[in-house]
Design a protein around this ligand. Structure first.
Ligand SMILES: C[S@@+](CC[C@H](N)C(=O)[O-])C[C@H]1O[C@@H](n2cnc3c(N)ncnc32)[C@H](O)[C@@H]1O
Length: 275
């Protein structure tokens, strides 16, 4: 059986709820049928169609359940990762942080790096794959995140190269010595913005989203405690909301050189502090 008509039917069903209904339905079909390429959906005949799985996924999507939790996968920086309810969904914006670190440090061998708030492990895993001989410790306060990040490292063939530790910010890290780099995509949404968030974002873990009542408190604290773990000449590189830029400038221009890196929309998205 060809499934183009079925895809059209589900796309119409989802049309009132999502502007990307066709793409989302295709993603759901690919995941339910265990396929990789969109073209495979249209070129093949299918005997067993998992209608129950498809119906339930489309229904959940209509109710605002995130697509990546339904499909269980995402591509980030050219690598495949598993996604799971209870752990933050990787965003394309974060590729800028990885790109910045790789382009600035690819010539350096053996960097000692710590990532705080690893989530599904995307940043540490990409850096392990793209930097020469780096040693990474990746931490998260969520045990679910640590479990998923380990599974993703295994999937990408670098499980033995990253040490995953459950922990609160930089707590326990002082016993690991000094680092060349601290990287993080910390929670940075203001609690006051909670009511404005889209339905699907609200399904992600609270602690992965909110950085405090103004949003920047988590990052201020992370940079203050993290700076004590950085070698002279080392850097802290974190994703930011550009609304918080002046707070960071005021707080840290006396102790580090600060650079801001813009994303494709012209927004300051990454902050690099060199000590
Ligand atoms: C915005 S998510 C980023 C996840 C991942 N690095 C990424 O870019 O997709 C922030 C992460 O910080 C973690 N987190 C929140 N509070 C933390 C804390 N006090 N210590 C360590 N990690 C924390 C959350 O569990 C979440 O995984």
């Amino acid at each position: 059986m060809k499934i183009k008509n079925l895809i059209d039917y589900y796309s119409q069903e989802l049309g009132g709820y999502s502007s990307y209904a066709l793409t989302e339905v295709e993603e759901i079909f690919l995941s339910a049928l265990g396929l990789e390429q969109r073209s495979a959906l249209y070129l093949n005949d299918f005997q067993d169609i998992p209608f129950e799985v498809l119906d339930s996924a489309i229904e959940k999507r209509k109710q605002g359940y995130p697509l990546q939790y339904l499909t269980g996968r995402v591509n980030f920086f050219g690598f495949d990762f598993i996604t799971k309810e209870g752990v933050f969904i990787p965003r394309p914006e974060t590729e800028l942080l990885v790109e910045y670190v790789v382009s600035n440090f690819k010539a350096v061998r053996g960097l000692k790096i710590v990532e705080v708030g690893t989530g599904s492990g995307i940043i540490s895993i990409c850096l392990t794959k793209l930097l020469a001989d780096c040693k990474i410790i990746a931490t998260d306060i969520s045990i679910q995140a640590i479990g998923l990040a380990s599974a993703n490292a295994l999937l990408n063939g670098c499980r033995d190269e990253i040490l995953f530790i459950k922990g609160d910010k930089t707590e326990f890290l002082h016993r690991e010595g000094y680092f060349d780099l601290l990287v993080s995509n910390p929670p940075y949404i203001a609690l006051s913005e909670k009511h404005r968030l889209p339905k699907d974002v609200k399904k992600e873990p609270h602690q992965a989203l909110f950085g405090g009542s103004c949003g920047y408190e988590f990052s201020l604290d992370l940079i203050r405690s993290g700076s004590k773990l950085i070698k002279p000449g080392g850097s802290i590189i974190i994703e930011i909301d550009q609304k918080h830029k002046s707070v960071y400038e005021k707080s840290f221009s006396g102790i580090a050189r600060i650079d801001f890196i813009k994303d494709i929309h012209g927004l300051d998205r990454v902050m690099a502090l060199k000590f």
